[in-house]
Design a protein around this ligand. Structure first.
Ligand SMILES: *Cc1c(COP(=O)(O)O)cnc(C)c1O
Length: 361
């Protein structure tokens, strides 16, 4: 007995996507990025389907500790580094690998007496201008880190701002990386999902795919990943809970942002923005009702949304609705609502119950 909305996580799809990624980058090791509670899918639900990964990457300590306490023995990488010098004791205790992006962190490592050296990822700013050392400073920082007794293996790390936009946008970041690292004999880890798919020259020793493991597109356009055989992992579904026959010229929902043009059959779906559905999705956003493409009408409410069922006479109360997932790419909904699959997947709220399936579909 519950409200009919639910999110279903397909662990077979997750396993398949990791396998697909490994085929795409056969000589690289894979950090499976599971930050943000595995992109909203639930870390506890997902990590065993990713057990063949070479490591897990995330950014908060709670998730890292959870994985260690669940018996994960692979390396765990903290993508955002550590936040305070005293965090290093925890990093040592849980044997975490940590990004180093700022001088204060080099100093903290220098002042830390580690019993077992800590593996670090030296973050290079290639022009994204978010985290990392400038290319001019990298060789010096690399030498400083390599000389510290508290530091173990040093890997070069960088992140691309526009790896989903073609070769041209990669030229300058790659030039800067080359400038920073050509003299350094160290493993490299540069590729996110977009670079994993579209720039194989960036794979090197380690890749860091996130969104493609969950079957969504790094560009936010589902057609861009259509050829790779990735499968959507999360399906958000609900049901029709009421139906109205509405006369022509009537307004639908808050603000009457949609008006009927003929007599229309309007269904009410138990899903709204308090479930994580984007409130900005306009009239015309696709939803699947009884396996058929239908369109929303009117403003998304907190708990409900309306759908035009005029051309779906088979729909009745209790008919299943897919908001996104196996039949409707999350990126298609994201594109219409002015956002990305990344945001929708991570925005599903606490009140939505999750279940797990391992359907091979
Ligand atoms: C989130 C993140 C990734 C994964 O990005 P995707 O686009 O989801 O593949 C890789 N590296 C860093 C540093 C990240 O923060």
């Amino acid at each position: 007995m519950s409200r009919p909305i639910k999110a279903t996580v397909n662990t077979a799809a997750l396993r398949h996507n990791l396998y697909t990624v490994k085929q795409l980058a056969p000589s690289a090791n894979v950090w499976s990025v599971v930050k943000a509670n595995a992109y909203g899918h639930g870390l506890a639900r997902c990590f065993s389907a990713l057990s063949s990964t070479d490591g897990f990457a995330l950014l908060n300590y709670e998730e890292a500790i959870f994985l260690r306490e669940a018996g994960i023995t692979q390396p765990i990488l903290l993508l955002e580094g550590f936040f305070k010098p005293y965090d290093l004791s925890l990093i040592e205790a849980y044997q975490l690998t940590v990004a180093v992006h700022s001088y204060w962190q080099v100093e903290a490592l220098a002042n830390f007496a580690a019993k077992k050296p800590i593996s670090v990822y030296l973050k290079i700013n290639n022009g994204m201008n978010r985290l990392g050392f400038s290319p001019d400073d990298v060789a010096t920082v690399w030498q400083q880190l390599s000389a510290l007794p508290s530091v173990g293996k040093v890997t070069l790390m960088s992140h691309f701002a526009s790896a989903d936009e073609g070769e041209m946008q990669m030229r300058e970041p790659l030039r800067r990386l080359d400038l920073a690292t050509s003299m350094l004999n160290a493993p490299r880890c540069y590729a996110n999902s977009a670079a994993t798919l579209w720039h194989p020259g960036t794979h090197h020793q380690w890749i860091r795919p996130g969104i493609i493991l969950y079957g969504a597109s790094p560009s936010g356009r589902s057609e861009d990943i259509a050829g790779f055989g990735l499968r959507p992992v999360m399906t958000l579904s609900s049901e029709i809970i009421a139906i109205q026959e509405v006369a022509p010229g009537e307004g639908i929902g808050y603000g009457h942002r949609y008006s009927t043009t003929t007599t229309q059959r309007i269904g009410v779906i138990a899903c709204g923005y308090a479930d994580g559905y984007p409130r900005h999705a306009p009239s015309g956003t696709p939803v699947i009702v009884a396996g058929k493409h239908c369109h929303t009408v009117g403003t998304i409410s907190m708990d409900m949304m309306m759908v035009d069922l005029t051309h779906c006479p088979e729909a009745t109360i209790g008919t299943p609705v897919e908001l996104w997932g196996a039949q409707l790419p999350v990126d298609t909904v994201g594109a219409v609502a002015g956002t990305l699959g990344y945001e929708l997947l991570t925005a599903v709220t606490q009140r939505v119950p999750f279940s797990v399936t391992a359907n091979e579909n």
